[in-house]
Ligand binder design. Structure first.
Ligand code: LLP
Length: 428
């Protein structure tokens, strides 16, 4: 028996997502299929906004688009009033198409090319620079109205070393002295509006690293203000808010989290003469992760002298996180929710790599070929990190809403594997 939380429901042993049977979605749209719940995305956004707004009047939430750039997902969040964090011209262009106004987009790219800066300048997109070079090049193109820097607060955190994005080992952010230089430079060039930003890492379930880093960031903001005279319109504490993936794993207690963060923020802002800047958060995962599942069909069940393997039609091409970070994703048997877990097995994909394992030594009920599995928490960094590896067309995506459903991305076809390829002249 599985305890499910919204939008997932057990109706007589069958998995429903936002009121729609998982098996029906798989039948209609095929597998592997990403399913996103609109209600859950909205609920996540509103919960976060409400918790933070309870302690401070000026809260802004940037959705980190890299998490899931489906245009329907972007539209839902645009409709909620979110701003957007974009890290590439592609994300900027999708955000604009989804209806985000240019002044609601903050570009936080790294290793940015000059033509990309030109792209941003032409669309009046604010650049959050993570080194001096893009700022210098940007000023050579056009003096922006607003400038902000991604500062390295020297404290990082994350669910895996690959996703710790502050501290000594990371390529991201400006260190204090360069940050002071950057604002001085921008001010001298005529920039009038300023923000300051950090992002410490991803999948953080503790408050402590955020507090340490924010404290440090505000100290750096004070130094910048004193040395350059810049006044900050916003302070962005980045994203990284974790969500539980394993049953029983604790959730962020938003009431406590927001209160701790904002009381530190208000105290330091007053102490350091920073005024009352807008306080920004930049979550990706928190908004969309638990709103999504990946449905996969069971193709093979194989027992070796050592293990049992459930072979499904999704894998590291569809959901890279388990292979890349060893991440845990809970898996349900969509039609057997009332059956007890009686076996231990590896759930594996179709990719020719031994690392193509979605779940290792997992307890599941008896599974037969043709069964449907649901991989949970697939709404964040699922489709967006998927690939055509092994020449497998990318999966489809569906949106569900209160019993209604629709395809929001067609499954790629074999033709897509050849799209934009060219045969060399001498091979024709
Ligand atoms: N802001 C910036 C500047 C970021 O680089 C990121 C994520 C976020 C916000 C949002 O972080 P979130 O709230 O989603 O944790 N692929 C990895 C996560 C990499 C995140 C990179 N940056 C994963 O699947 O866990």
């Amino acid at each position: 028996m599985h305890m499910l939380k919204e939008p997932f429901e057990n109706r007589s042993g069958k998995l429903f997502i936002d009121g729609v049977p998982a098996e029906k979605l798989a039948e209609e749209f095929g597998t592997p299929l990403y399913v996103m719940s609109e209600e859950r995305i909205r609920a996540n956004y509103r919960r976060l906004r409400k918790a933070f707004s309870a302690h401070y009047g000026k809260i802004r939430i940037y959705y980190a688009a890299k998490t899931n750039t489906n245009i329907s997902v972007l539209k839902i969040l645009a409709g909620e009033g979110a701003h957007v964090d974009a890290v590439s011209p592609g994300e900027v262009s999708l955000a604009l198409k989804a209806g985000f106004a240019a002044d609601k987009i903050l570009f936080t790219g790294t290793s940015v090319r000059t033509d990309e800066l030109e792209f941003l300048a032409a669309r009046a997109i604010a650049v959050n620079a993570d080194s001096l070079s893009p700022l210098e090049r940007l000023l050579g193109i056009k003096t922006p109205e607003l400038f902000s820097a991604r500062v390295n607060p020297e404290v990082g955190a994350g669910h895996h070393s690959h996703v710790v994005t502050a501290g000594k080992e990371t390529k991201f952010g400006l260190w204090q002295d360069d940050a002071v230089k950057a604002y001085g430079l921008a001010k001298k060039a005529g920039v009038r509006r300023f923000g300051i930003h950090m992002h410490i890492g991803a999948g953080v379930l503790d408050t402590e690293p955020f507090l340490l880093a924010l404290d440090r960031l505000l100290g750096i903001a004070k130094k910048i203000r004193v040395e350059t005279g810049v006044e900050f319109e916003f302070v962005d504490m980045g994203g990284g808010l974790g969500v539980p993936y394993k049953p029983g794993e604790k959730e962020l207690d938003l009431a406590v989290f927001s209160e701790n963060i904002l009381s530190l923020f208000k105290k330091r802002a007053a102490e350091y003469g920073l005024g009352e800047p807008v306080f920004c958060l930049e979550p990706g995962r928190y908004l969309v992760c638990d709103a999504g599942a990946l449905l996969a069909a069971v193709n093979t069940v194989k027992t070796t002298p050592f293990k049992k393997f459930i072979g499904v039609d999704a894998g590291l091409n569809t959901l890279l996180r388990p292979a890349l970070y060893g991440s845990y994703h809970h898996i349900l048997s969509a039609g057997k929710l009332d059956l007890p877990d009686t076996q231990t097995c590896d759930v594996v994909g179709q990719i020719c790599e031994s690392g193509d394992v979605l779940a290792r030594d997992r307890r599941l009920p008896e599974i037969a070929e043709g069964d449907l599995l649901a991989v949970l928490n697939a709404g964040a960094y699922g489709f967006s990190m998927s690939s055509q590896y092994n020449s497998r067309p990318r999966a489809a995506e569906a949106l569900v809403k209160n019993g209604d459903y629709e395809l929001i991305r067609e499954r790629e076809t074999l033709e897509d594997l050849l799209a934009r390829q060219r045969i060399a002249r001498w091979l024709k």
